[in-house]
Write a protein that binds this ligand. Structure first.
Ligand code: CP
Length: 309
């Protein structure tokens, strides 16, 4: 197998299309493993991974932990809320103390953009960015692109719509970089207050009318409204947001042809997407979660193989 050539996964920025294809081809193998009666391989035996989460997470944290266990790694979990961080310990000291216990890889979620980059320059372990504030969430973008590939047969040439709170979304930035690198066309739609002007420099289209945007696309990724990161009111009310930018059955019917419906989770049901659309037969939201384990297995496997060399 070709060398992966990366010690860390800090963002989609820094990856080439060929790196992403290598991750997808490896994930294809692991998806096969996950559908076998015995869902475990010995690839990461004797590798210890620490999942270090300074922000809440359900999907990413469980998905990484399962991926690590399916690869037979030893796993330790760290959550800031139950740690000595509250006693004033720095990020570098916290991680160096974890590494002193002979940890090889760190999966880091942190509220500050650049935290994973900072750590990669200051500690010896391999770092995987599991979301750094409003900056990047590379494994989410990889699993989203992988899910489009499985749903539509390819990413190249496909039209992908990203709807909603682009301003506060690390998923949006990583998705734009990933999809563009793989040859997809990307359109953004949402309230003008939540689409900051610099994103138009990333080679994307912007459409303010959701019905027109839905007419254009093959897949729509409905982002969560990130109330916890909002320091002011960006739209009048959740009801108004839902009326203009929510994906509803009526909108699907107006479009009149199949749509690959996506959401990175967690969902605000009734705001960015209605319950009946989230659970619709064209929704691949739970496939995204399933694919996430295989994609994260692939990332862990490729980084661990690289770090052995
Ligand atoms: N999609 C995602 O990152 O979800 P969690 O915040 O639950 O990890």
């Amino acid at each position: 197998m070709a060398e992966f050539g990366h010690k860390h996964l800090l963002g989609i920025k820094g990856l080439k299309a060929a790196d992403m294809e290598q991750i997808f081809e490896t994930a294809d193998e692991f998806l096969g493993v996950l559908n076998r009666p015995i869902k475990k391989v010995p690839s990461l035996r004797d590798v210890t991974v620490a999942n270090v989460f300074f922000e809440p997470s359900t999907r990413t944290r469980l998905s990484f932990e399962l991926a690590e266990k399916r690869l037979s790694a030893d796993v330790v979990n760290f959550s800031a809320s139950s740690s000595s961080v509250s006693k004033g310990e720095t990020l570098t000291d916290t991680i160096n103390n974890i590494l002193a216990m002979k940890v090889d890889m760190v999966v880091l979620r942190h509220p500050h953009p650049g935290a994973a980059h900072f750590l990669s320059r200051n500690v010896h372990a391999s770092i995987i960015n599991a979301g750094d504030g409003t900056h990047e969430h590379p494994t989410q973008a990889l699993l989203d692109a992988y899910s489009i590939r499985r749903s539509l047969g390819a990413v190249e040439g496909k039209k992908v719509l990203i709807v909603g709170d682009i301003r506060h979304s690390r998923v949006a930035l990583s998705n734009i970089l990933c999809l563009k690198a793989l040859g997809a066309e990307v359109m953004l739609c949402g309230p003008a207050t939540l689409i900051p002007p610099p994103v138009s420099q990333l080679g994307v289209l912007v459409e303010w009318d959701l019905d027109k945007a839905l007419e254009w696309c093959d897949a729509a990724n409905m982002l969560r409204v990130q109330h916890e990161r909002m320091d002011m009111k960006y739209f009048p009310s959740a009801r108004e947001y839902s009326r203009q930018f929510g994906l509803t059955r009526e909108r699907l019917e107006r479009r009149g042809r199949p749509l690959t419906i996506m959401h990175p989770g967690p969902i605000n049901r009734g705001v960015e997407i209605t319950t009946e659309v989230a659970d619709h037969e064209q929704s691949i939201i739970l496939e995204q979660v399933e694919n996430g384990v295989a994609v994260r297995m692939a990332v862990l496997y490729l980084l661990a193989a690289q770090n052995k060399n």
